[in-house]
Every structure is written in C-alpha cells, then in structure tokens.
Design a protein around this ligand. Sequence first.
Ligand code: SAM
Length: 282
Amino acid sequence: MIRFRERLFKDAYAQEFSVSKILHEHSTGHHHLIIFENELFGRVMALDGIIQTTEKDEFIYHEMLAHVPLFARGDASDVLVIGGGDGGILREVVKHPEVKRIVHVEIDKAVVEMSRKYLPNHSAGAFDDPRVELVISDGLDYVQNTDRKFDVIISDSTDPEGPGEALFTKAFYQGCHRCLSDRGVLVTQNGVCFLQLDEVKTTAKHLKEIFKDSHFFSAAVPTYIGGIMAFGWATDDRTLRKVPQAEIARRVDKIGIKTRYYNAGIHNASFALPQYVIDAIK
Ligand code: SAM
C-alpha cells in the first residue's frame, strides 16, 4: 500500500494517509499537485506535499470561512475570493442571494481544472454561476491594482511558503484594505494556531496596523492537524463581529441555507479564543 506523509512540519510531526488510488499527479508550474483516494477521508488534494482539502471534512473549513463574514454583513453584494482553487468557498458564497458579483482570483489554473474534474462536489457547479468571474492571477498583484471594491474578501490561501507566502505579507493586507468598501471585511486562512503561532502573531501585527478592528475566529478541522485552525478577521467596522446571535440566526433562517457545521451559535462562539492565542495577539 502506498502512503502519503504530509511535510508541513518537516520531520518533527506528521500525519500519514494510506493511498488506495492516485487519481492525478503533476507539476503545474506553481505547485506539485496530487489528488488521491483514502478510505477514511475520500478524495484528498495536496499541493507541494501539504494537505489542502479532503472530501470528508472540507465543509467545516469552507462553511466557516464563507458564512462568518457574509452573515456578519448580511448585505454583501461584491465578494472577492483569493486562492481557493478547489471551489469549496465559491460553493458556499453562491448560496447567498444578496451576493451579486464574485471575483475569484486563483494563481494556479491547474488546481481549478483538476478540482473540477476530481473533486466535483467541492464546487458543486459554482464555477458556472453567472455571478462568478474567474481571474487567473496572483492575489497580491490583484489587490494592489484593481479599481473594484468588495464588501467581503476571503483569502483561502495555501500555507505561507511558495506562491502562498505573498498572501501573508503586510503589502497583501494593505492591498485588501484599499479595495474593501466601507464596512468591508477581510477573512484569512491563518493556520493551526497551536503549531503555527508565529503565523498568527505576524498576521495580527499587520492587521492591527492597518484596520480599526482585527481579531481571529476558529474551528477544528481534522485534517489540518494540531488543534484549532485560526481564521483572521479585519475590518474598519467594530460592530461587525458583535452582531447578536439572534440576528445572525434570523439572517440564516431568512436565506434558508443548509449547512453541516456553521450555525448562529457557532458563529458567535468562534470568536472566543484560547488565552494563549489572546496573549500572542495582544
Ligand atoms: N484550505 C486550504 C488550506 O488551508 O490548506 C487552502 C486550499 S486552496 C486549494 C489554496 C489555493 O491558494 C491554491 O489553489 C493555490 O493555488 C492558491 N494560491 C496560493 N498562492 C496564491 C496567490 N499568491 N494568489 C492566488 N492564489 C494563490
């Protein structure tokens, strides 16, 4: 039996998957991409030896990164998704009828193509939604140069190495700030905070220097091993992460979307952080 050992934490600590079948593997020019089957997690995609997504637990990550900012706003019409080539974030964003335009900026066309082919349930047709405009480009370059404004920006990036490194820089967060509308919100994938606390600290420092309100929210996603995953939150509107639970519940009911992890209780609770994270981001 072939085995896939993740290389995120080098030799210090790793998760390993049995590979029942390799569905696709090639070097895209940006990444080494592999999609394989595992008997517990279904289809699994890794880029440069690091797990990106699995069929079994992707809903937790995608629902949280999409619905927390969208329901906090309740009225977002323009959304920018950066990274997220598997289409899982898009699938959740298109469930919101108030969203009128979605620009999706992904650096690696092959991730989109191979995900559409081998992970079709991630996007579930969202790439064909008429509101979606796919732009194959570097996310940093896009936020520094676009004239468009967005109510919500979702950074669904790889970890900060390779092309993903640009999406953790101060220049990227400044670029996002310049293309957010008034009351706009940026959310980011920020790693597993117990093992990647420096990543959280650096992002916290940058966000604090640029936005009036910044914080993190969290969820436990089994294949992002090592504890809870931190998601960055940044906006100039301090009220947005304090929307009462009853109001979030009203907004969720109004749209009537079906979720498997996200709900109004989880929304508000996800902003409560462990003390070691609070101390790290002070
Ligand atoms: N949920 C995943 C995780 O936390 O590991 C992230 C998955 S998603 C597949 C990450 C995407 O970010 C990849 O498709 C990658 O090509 C894209 N990406 C990396 N760097 C980028 C950049 N500078 N601009 C735009 N997209 C980028």
